[in-house]
Design a protein around this ligand. Structure first.
Ligand code: 13P
Length: 249
């Protein structure tokens, strides 16, 4: 366990209509009871403005789920880091495995998006994690080290940065790694980041993500090297999201 303030971020993915704003209101109400944990909600772009209005003045931060590397331009369908910042967002998730596999994102594209996030004053939440075949063939640490080396720009040594370890096979499956497996990967990440950034690596918070639920959050969140959670499905309901956050307190 570290003494860094823990952070729980909800990745709503492609979920959430305006009716979901009631959940955001409930999150805002509950958040003040958990001041020792940083909270972030990353809604879909369509309701991000409305969510941002509700979060204004609350302890919960707003985040995007991706951004383009350019400031603006002819990129139909894309959202820039500057646009997220303009909306009041403070965070952006980058390199999620769903984008790496379905949108063909590479370490190089993730690194350029992270640089864009820094440029706009956003804190990137950069995702890494192995697939099941990679885990089964004993390549987990090699894969994660490679993603860290390739996806994190040099500026991460001096800018607020968050890393989320999300084993692909744990996302949306109800399966989670053992606590020893989580601790092993987080320790390897600390070592890799320290080798690259020195003492500044101590400022980089390391989240775990993949089937985090209220039931398993207490043990996952108290695992060595875990500074919080990136939560998918369980972040859509205020009660579950707040229970997970309470497990960090
Ligand atoms: P689940 O919590 O639904 O497994 O999703 C995890 C995730 O991908 C968060 O980014």
């Amino acid at each position: 366990m570290t003494d860094r303030k823990k952070l729980v971020a909800g990745n709503w993915k492609m979920n959430g209509l305006r009716a979901s704003l009631t959940e955001v209101r409930a999150m805002v109400q509950g958040a003040s009871a958990i001041p020792s944990v940083d909270l972030v909600v990353c809604p879909p772009a369509t309701i991000a403005s409305s969510v941002g209005e509700l979060l204004k003045g609350s302890p919960i931060g707003l985040g995007g789920q991706d951004c383009h590397a350019a400031i603006s331009g002819a990129f139909t369908g894309e959202v820039s880091a500057e646009m997220w910042a303009d909306l009041g967002a403070r965070y952006v998730i980058l390199g999620h495995s769903e984008r790496r596999t379905m949108q063909g994102e590479t370490d190089v594209s993730v690194a350029s998006k992270a640089a864009a996030a820094f440029r706009a004053g956003l804190t990137p939440i950069i995702c890494v994690g192995e697939s099941l075949p990679e885990r089964d063939s004993g390549e987990t640490l090699t894969v994660v080290r490679g993603q860290l080396a390739g996806s994190i720009p040099a500026a991460a040594g001096s800018m607020p940065t968050i890393i989320a370890y999300e084993p692909v096979w744990a996302i949306g499956t109800g399966r989670t790694p053992t606590l020893a497996q989580v601790a092993e990967v987080h320790q390897a990440m600390v070592e890799a980041l320290t080798a690259r950034f020195g003492a500044a690596a101590g400022n980089i918070r390391l989240l775990y993500g993949g089937s985090v639920k209220p039931e398993n959050a207490p043990e996952l969140m108290q695992t060595a090297g875990v500074d919080g959670a990136l939560v998918g499905g369980a972040s859509l309901k205020a009660a579950d999201f707040l229970k997970i956050a309470s497990a960090c307190a």
